[in-house]
Design a protein around this ligand. Structure first.
Ligand code: ADP
Ligand code: MG
Length: 158
């Protein structure tokens, strides 16, 4: 199942992410794809706010994983851009994916085989016409994720 959302400006992307954060269930994984500057970290900031995390979300580009435990659910924010061939196994990524928290993964495609089969995949694209516009193409794989995506879509119609 795939749904497309448009946002105009950083605040709208954060608001959408925050709504999603209120719908996700323990142990879920969200994969964020899109070029540098597409808004993946911005999305994660809004998502963290929606979980009730008040600490500032910094991009984990150098640390690869940052953990936040003060929200409704733990948040594991991964940016695997620099992972290359070190391997997800050595990084112990499975422990995060199998845990109770929510994994948000930027550049997850570098470890495609190690990613959970069921997930929400969010492809973020910039616009050639408007620098503040983003298209978020959200695909749900697995029943639980389809339910969440449907709820996100239903709220939009309210
Ligand atoms: P990434 O993590 O994908 O490299 P960032 O979230 O760090 O991207 O940066 C996105 C940049 O684009 C920010 O400077 C943000 O203010 C800007 N921006 C403009 N419009 C939007 C939008 N609609 N959604 C998200 N970010 C936007
Ligand atoms: Mg980023």
């Amino acid at each position: 199942m795939t749904k497309v959302f448009e946002t105009n400006g950083e605040a709208e992307t954060k608001a959408l992410a925050s709504r999603l954060a209120q719908l996700v269930k323990s142990g879920m994984t969200i994969l964020l794809e899109g070029e540098l500057g597409a808004g993946k970290t911005t999305f994660t900031k809004g998502f963290a706010e929606g979980l009730g995390i008040e600490r500032i979300i910094k991009s984990p580009t150098y640390t690869l994983i940052r953990e936040y435990t003060q929200g409704r659910l733990p948040l594991y924010h991964m940016d695997l851009y620099r992972l290359e061939n070190t391997g997800a196994e050595e990084m112990g990524l499975d422990e995060y994916f199998d845990g109770e928290g929510i994994c948000i993964v930027e550049w997850g495609s570098v470890v495609e085989e190690e990613l959970p089969q069921n997930h929400l995949l969010i492809q973020m694209d910039t616009s050639l016409i408007d620098i503040n516009q983003r298209t978020l193409t959200i695909s749900a794989v697995g029943e639980a994720y389809e339910k969440v995506l449907k709820e996100l879509e239903d709220e939009r119609k309210d």
